[in-house]
Design a protein. Sequence first.
Length: 270
Amino acid sequence: MSSLDSTMPVDDRHLVTYSSLMEDLDRAGIKKGDVVLVHTSLSALGFVVGAARTVIEAVLESVGHTGTVMMPTYSGELSNPAEWRYPPVRKEWIKTIRTEMQAYDPLKTPTRGMGAVAELFRHWPGAIRSSHPQSSFTAIGAQAEFLVGDHPLDIRFGLSSPLGKLREIDGTSLLLGAPPQTCSLYYLSQHELEDKLEVRKSTPMMIDGVKKWVDYRDIEYPNHWFNDVTRYLVDAGIVKKTLLGAADCYLLPARKTIASVVDWRRKQGV
């Protein structure tokens, strides 16, 4: 059978190229000098020629050498296996997992569940990855060191985290095909509310050349309301919703978004 046989199924996804992605990013409002936190879903965009590499190159080119791109590069498996739920592990495995689990290494530790774009981005020339063993961010560009150079272990999404610094300089967040449920910027709103449930977490880290399980202080970050608040923000004209490739995408100005989210959450009681 010929490779061109008309009876073979044809890929009918939306075709996305570097050129079309650059046009879409420009229409979405990304411009030179911007500082952008990007969440991505490669598959949602369509058939991307060049795949993850194309997405990264297009976003970096859109902000230019004076801008900065940051992505979440989480490694949530570096946590206490006794607390794993998706899926849980056998109780008799827990001690062995804790013993054998490698400590966090920003160069070697892979992302988990973050997608192909974020995984490639952390390897990109000039990338700087933050030091948080479970919830790191990676950045490239003029503000990269400021954003991710110091990421406190305690309160991983707090005011001194890369998210807090993004708001401090009034950057933006771009959901590039990623659903609103993934929007990490919303976590900042938890620190503006009165009710914060404190929790203790643990993670393996290298301390003076020795792997140790280290406890740290954090709070709960509920996200069941993310989809609802996104609809509100779009309807209110605070968040811009556009089409990039085949995917709905959202552009969120950090300061205005968080202020509006806090106000909405107080009114909604969530």
